[in-house]
Design a protein around this ligand. Structure first.
Ligand code: IPE
Ligand code: MG
Length: 231
């Protein structure tokens, strides 16, 4: 979700006004994803690198997360959304962690859209943490070295159990992954748009879905093989 700062600057507003406007796009995106039957949506809200931003901006963003949780969780729950947070939550303030845990517990039994919010998240961090868990399990004898494969590895990632990402949407004009879900994006279609995040809405989401619908997913096969399998 990129482009909040540029959106604000273009309107002579402070950066936090852009982040606040970005929350509206989050709401619209979650709604349209649920309407379109998306199974799993992961939002990159704050990266492990975003701690490098000025202290005031970081604290504004953290305040916005707390506020958004206070305002939105009941409605998400009513809409059958299951909310989960991924990232290094020990780096967050205890008040925010409590709100996160309460939101997860409240929505844990829901069967609709799985909404993951990545906060203090980095793709490399995720992989290293999974490696540490694997090493621990091997060291204490609950997992054999021979049992390590892509599946046992993926089971120890933050998004264990979630489907692989099919589509990555990045707003704001940059065409990079910026340490998002490195493992899970292995076969994702990549959709980049110049639209700034506060202007991203249901129509823009539908454009991304149309882009995705036009892709043939081959996973290493030939196009002919894929077409034959569809008949
Ligand atoms: C993304 O918008 C929001 C977060 C990282 C939280 P930016 O703040 O990166 O916006 P630009 O890139 O400065 O426009
Ligand atoms: Mg940016």
């Amino acid at each position: 979700m990129d482009g909040n700062g540029r959106w604000a600057r273009a309107r002579n507003k402070p950066r936090h006004a852009g982040h606040r406007a970005g929350v509206r796009s989050v709401r619209a995106t979650v709604e349209v994803a649920a309407e379109r039957g998306v199974e799993c949506l992961t939002l990159f809200a704050f990266s492990s690198e975003n701690w490098r931003r000025p202290e005031e901006e970081v604290s504004n963003l953290m305040g916005l997360f707390v506020e958004a949780l206070r305002r939105e969780v009941d409605e998400l729950h009513r809409n059958n959304v299951r909310l989960r947070f991924i990232g290094a939550r020990q780096q967050l303030k205890p008040g925010l962690v409590r709100k996160i845990s309460a939101a997860e517990a409240k929505t844990a039994g829901n069967s609709g859209l799985l909404l993951n919010v990545a906060v203090a998240y980095g793709g490399r961090w995720d992989i290293v943490e999974a490696a540490k868990r694997l090493a621990t399990d091997v060291a204490n004898g609950t997992l054999s070295l021979a049992a390590i494969d892509e599946s046992t590895f993926a089971d120890r990632l933050q998004l264990a159990g979630a489907p692989d990402a099919d589509l990555l949407i990045r707003t704001g004009g940059e065409e990079r992954i910026s340490n998002f879900l490195l493992w899970n994006l292995a076969y994702a279609e990549l959709y980049f748009t110049d639209v700034l995040w506060p202007e991203f809405d249901k129509d823009e989401f539908d454009k991304a879905l149309a882009f995705f619908a036009g892709k043939q997913r081959r996973y290493g096969h030939t196009g002919d093989q894929v077409e034959a399998a569809q008949c």
